[in-house]
Design a protein around this ligand. Structure first.
Ligand SMILES: NC(=O)c1ccc[n+]([C@@H]2O[C@H](COP(=O)([O-])OP(=O)(O)OC[C@H]3O[C@@H](n4cnc5c(N)ncnc54)[C@H](OP(=O)(O)O)[C@@H]3O)[C@@H](O)[C@H]2O)c1
Length: 191
């Protein structure tokens, strides 16, 4: 079965965004978990998909222009992910969304359809987020690996990644790596 691998950028107090709904301490939303060689599909929640599509469409269309939503130039890593994302099917877990701009985007309507997606032949699947989707799929026992990048910051107010987690779960630490800028990459296996 294909593995489902979650990647999230969090503060030391496990916040995935600040009170304004943005993790403004994250300099770029590139795929910094080293997943690109091993994945051929992305799964994300209906909560984050519309903003995600707008963000990456802007980078795909004008990689050398500042982003309308942040005023910042895309980083080289973001341009690389924008290209990769354009060629990679995206599956959106939602019972309410019905349309997407990207022709390769499909909807999955519940946990059973996530299981069916994992059973199809292919490479691993990157679980892009957001928090409720990641925690509900971990609770359902469908996520094999959790990759976290921890930023050197106590964010205080904001949404916690595991705020909606229902089940206690032990993790197996597989790799720890210090990154530039005081960031730490953590890879956990989920039993
Ligand atoms: N820090 C990071 O690395 C990172 C990464 C990704 C995203 N984010 C942030 O995360 C935020 C979005 O997270 P979120 O928790 O609000 O929303 P989300 O997880 O993106 O989406 C939640 C929605 O997904 C659907 N869903 C989730 N679990 C489901 C299930 N088991 N069965 C059926 N549908 C399910 C539901 O959609 P329907 O209501 O349509 O049915 C639910 O409302 C964004 O602000 C984004 O910026 C941060």
């Amino acid at each position: 079965m294909r593995k489902l691998i979650a990647g999230m950028k969090i503060s030391v107090d496990a916040k995935m965004e600040g009170p304004e709904g943005v993790a403004d301490w994250v300099a770029g939303w590139s795929e910094d978990y080293g997943l690109m060689p091993q994945i051929d599909a992305c799964l994300l929640g209906g909560g984050m998909y519309p903003g995600y599509e707008t963000y990456w469409t802007a980078i795909q269309n004008e990689p050398d222009k500042p982003l309308p939503m942040t005023g910042k130039l895309p980083t080289p890593g973001e341009v690389e992910w924008g290209r990769f994302a354009a060629q990679t099917p995206h599956f959106v877990l939602s019972r309410t969304l019905t349309s997407a701009l990207w022709p390769t985007t499909r909807f999955v309507r519940g946990i059973e359809q996530v299981v069916a997606l994992k059973e199809k032949p292919g490479k691993d699947i990157y679980l892009v987020g957001g928090a409720r989707t990641t925690t509900s799929l971990i609770d359902a026992g469908l996520v094999e690996e959790l990759r976290l990048i921890v930023y050197p910051l106590i964010a205080g107010e904001g949404k916690a990644l595991f705020a909606t987690t229902e089940c206690r779960r032990g993790l197996e630490l597989r790799k720890v790596q210090q990154l530039q800028g005081g960031l730490v990459s953590l890879i956990y296996g989920i039993g």
